[in-house]
Write a protein that binds this ligand. Sequence first.
Ligand SMILES: [Zn+2]
Length: 424
Amino acid sequence: VRRGRWLRRALAAGGLAAALPAAPAGAQEPGETLPGPTLRYGVLYDVRILPSQRAAHVVLRLDNTESLLRWLRLRVDPDRHRNFEGNGTLTRGDGTVEWHPPAGAGRLEYDFRIDHLRDARSFDARCAEDWALFRGDDLVPPARVRSRVGAESAAHLRLRLPAGWSVAAPWEHEPDGLFRIDRPARRFDRPVGWLVAGRIGVLRERVAGTQLAVAGPLGHGLRRLDLLALLRWTVPSLRELLPEALPPRLLVVGAGDPMWRGGLSGPASLYVHADRPLISNDGTSPLLHELMHTVLRVRAGKGGDWLVEGLAEYYGLELLRRSRTLSRRRHEKILERLAVRGRGAPRLESGDVDGTVVARAVTVLRGLDRELREASDDRRSLDDVLRRVAGRDLLLTSDSFRAVAESVHGASLAGFFRRQLASG
Ligand SMILES: [Zn+2]
């Protein structure tokens, strides 16, 4: 069997099907327990971008020599994921495609329509003549897999681009041009996060131990150096705040109209519209707000949106203050204005999170920070709470957040939360 380079490398990376134990690199002490054997099957996402069709053609190549992967069920968007074909057995369901690959070399192909409207007129994914900007999470939709116990994927992605195009993506680029797709917490690796390809401008720099990149299509007015400058000022404060949660690489992508005029976070990456200011006149920063979402990786459970948005906004402002981008006095004034604005908010847990709810959430979090500091002679603060929720893919609700805050506080915060949640 002829094996491509990606297969040989997957083998080298841990054994495709050879049941090699994932032994540590160092010498093994006698009597030390070896971790269980890791079984790996190779996955290559072979992706070609086709601007004339505003689409990408995806070929998932699988090395299933040892039949480790039994089936894979994709949760597809029928408008965007189309024309599925493959060997083995394919079953199309309601919003799903289930694939039972054969033993040996598996192949599953489909077309991905890149363009996606966020509202009537603007896109949150777009393929134009000479650029494309979208999420890898959509390119390869969420999948459930059934594999042999303990088996996991060793995945790579090859991107085939039109002549003259280049790409910026939040994945490790290997010397031979493939991206290594590895999410250690997942057994089946998908290429998640924002990417931009085409005739693009890219700035790359290492800041506080993170490889930053700022990228966007040429001619869109994306102020790459401005964005990089604000990140150079603030990422060191973020590294101090959350040393563990900051990813090793971080990509900021942006473009102008007809892209959506806001900001959107993703794994190790975020999108901002080219016209958004670095810092708005109300003192908040769209860039740092999304950056906090990216790093915190918390999602809202029932009624928890106020916390997800409030933490991103509160700590976006904190990064500006801690990096001395904003003076202490100006920061204080901004918080006072937010407190006034938040008085008009509906109940925090009511669901719809508009600007007034975010303003009120910031005020509540500030009050909680004060409560924690006063009770501990400044030894504990909201930062400690944040460190316990960041980077764990948590579902935040008022109750789960209160439990974490109480674990920091060492006493009940029921009264505090009852007062804050009741008003509005
Ligand atoms: Zn947000």
